[in-house]
Write a protein that binds this ligand. Structure first.
Ligand SMILES: Cc1cc2nc3c(=O)[nH]c(=O)nc-3n(C[C@H](O)[C@H](O)[C@H](O)COP(=O)(O)O)c2cc1C
Ligand code: SF4
Length: 487
């Protein structure tokens, strides 16, 4: 049976070394149809998991040494083992498909190309922790990926792989695709759970951690799309084999890296963990665009501290990134060329965090606004050297004093630009200094958008006949069966 006419994947990912996720694709463009996925060995690991005890699955994940791909890099098997077995409440799996970190677009491509692998991963995780409900919380702007996912769930249901008595095992699990409303903070796990619970999407204090009290105040496993999509692959090859992948042993396996900014070939690249940044930027990305010099690299999404060009030989792994003062983060690498003004970039980044601050705690709510105001004055030529010191001090007072890491993210990013490129800020105090006509930010935005395959910055629902908020029930031609997205 041919694949139904769902939206095609937008970006083109490639792999370096031996891929784990992309290996499942073979030479196919995508595996959106369940027949094609099953033919490629799909849902075999779910069937195997159905014969396994939950703790045996958790042991396999622990043996794989995989760390979460959402940003914090917490060991996945360990997190699963935190779900209490003796708690009488229902347990939940929540897949974090919010993917709002600027310049991160890997989960989108995974969903578009391998939606069933994510559904299978959610089911395996649910089986492992003794849950009967898995929610996939997908950002509102990911309209087409949400369609692809909902269709995948319905296809799986039609084959008896989602719902009651999966494959005649006596065990059942519902998979629910839930669309968010487009707030960056809803990627933070407690804010996501608040939103899913029907409240305002704002973070809550930890502890309690979601593993103890999450969705509906019940034990909840929250994992990123890529983390969960990798689970069928780990079961398939065995935890120990997966653990042997990757150059460094600080969290094994491969990672999807979203490469964007001033680079010749932006896009998603699946790479073994521990490969030097230089391989990603020069070999895969084709080097800095326009023949320009590399000025800086943001290695793990906009919330991670910047690296100077001389750090290009640092390995892309959790520990090596920390050793050079930054983080592996969400796995999105932003290339910045010599023409970019870091003061203007700082303003742009601060504006993003100010806009996305949920306002719940003072240092973030006020500090992000003050920082934007002061940076605006600075790049407008109206600031004094003392103002630059104040920007830095405000950052220091935000760091470590917020309810969630959003405020820290802005402060750490901005202060790292000041530390590494102070001259880009102080030159605005020189009499007669002419600010660069362009900080190349438009160019960065355009390239990022091109890499993510979207038609307008920040707008990913540009599907004919649909506009933001118009999520009317859709007819889905899933495997020839006309279905309704809302059941
Ligand atoms: C402000 C903020 C935004 C976040 N956004 C995302 C996101 O979009 N996707 C994601 O998977 N994790 C995001 N995270 C991390 C989640 O809180 C959580 O650690 C993650 O979903 C756990 O999954 P993992 O263990 O598989 O990485 C964010 C964290 C913060 C503080
Ligand atoms: S740090 Fe910012 S986003 Fe996080 S809870 Fe406080 S105000 Fe909200």
């Amino acid at each position: 049976m041919s694949s139904p006419a769902f939206p095609s994947p937008k970006s083109k990912a490639s792999a370096h070394g031996t891929p784990v996720l992309w290996e499942a694709l073979g030479d196919r463009e995508h595996l959106q149809g369940i027949d094609e996925y099953v033919e490629a060995g799909g849902y075999e690991q779910l069937k195997r998991a159905l014969t396994m005890d939950g703790s045996a699955i958790v042991d396999e994940i622990k043996a794989s040494n995989i760390r979460g791909r959402g940003g914090a890099g917490f060991p996945t098997g360990l997190k699963m083992s935190f779900i209490p077995k003796d708690n009488p409440k229902p347990k939940y799996v929540v897949c974090n498909a919010d993917e709002s970190e600027p310049c991160t677009f890997k989960d989108r491509e995974l969903i578009e190309r391998l939606p069933h692998m994510l559904v299978e991963g959610c089911l395996i995780a649910a089986r492992a922790i003794g849950s009967n409900h898995a929610f996939i919380y997908i950002r509102g702007e990911y309209y087409e990926p949400a369609l692809v996912l909902m269709a995948a769930v319905e296809q799986a249901r039609a084959k008896g792989l989602v719902g009651d008595d999966i494959n005649g095992s006596g065990w059942g699990c519902e998979v629910i695709v839930h669309r968010g409303a487009g707030a960056y903070i809803c990627g933070e796990e407690t804010a996501l759970l608040s939103s899913l619970n029907g409240y305002r999407g704002q973070p809550t204090v930890k502890p309690p951690f979601p593993a103890v009290s999450g969705l509906y105040e019940s034990p909840t496993l929250v994992n990123n799309v890529e983390t969960l999509a990798t689970l069928p692959r780990i079961l398939g090859m065995g935890g120990a084999t997966y653990a042997a992948r990757g150059v460094e042993r600080t969290g094994a396996g491969t990672r999807m890296m979203s490469l964007s900014g001033h680079v010749n070939r932006p896009g998603n690249y699946e790479m073994e963990i521990g490969v030097p940044l230089r391989v990603l930027v020069e070999e895969l990305g084709g080097g800095v665009s326009g023949g320009k010099q590399l000025k800086a690299i943001i290695p793990g999404g906009s919330s991670t501290p910047v690296l100077t060009a001389d750090k290009l030989d640092t390995n892309l792994d959790y520990d090596s990134m920390v050793a050079v003062g930054t983080m592996f983060g969400s796995g999105s690498v932003i290339i910045i060329d010599e023409d970019t003004c870091m003061a203007q970039l700082a303003l742009r980044v601060a504006e993003f965090y100010r806009h996305e601050s949920c306002g719940k705690c003072t240092p973030c709510r006020e500090g992000t606004k003050w920082t934007v105001d002061m940076l605006t004055r600075l790049v407008g030529g109206d600031a004094t050297p003392e103002d630059l010191d104040t920007i830095y001090t405000v950052g220091e007072r935000i760091i470590g004093n917020c309810l969630c890491p959003l405020g820290d993210s802005m402060a750490m990013a901005v202060n790292s630009y000041i530390d590494a490129f102070r001259e880009d800020f102080t030159r605005y105090f020189e009499p007669g200094f002419q600010p660069p006509a362009s900080s190349s930010l438009t160019d960065i935005a355009q390239r990022t958008v091109a890499a993510a395959g979207v038609s307008k910055p920040g707008v990913t629902w540009a599907h004919e006949g649909l506009s933001r908020g118009s999520f009317t029930p859709l007819r889905m031609a899933a495997d020839g069966v006309e279905g309704d997205a809302h059941g």
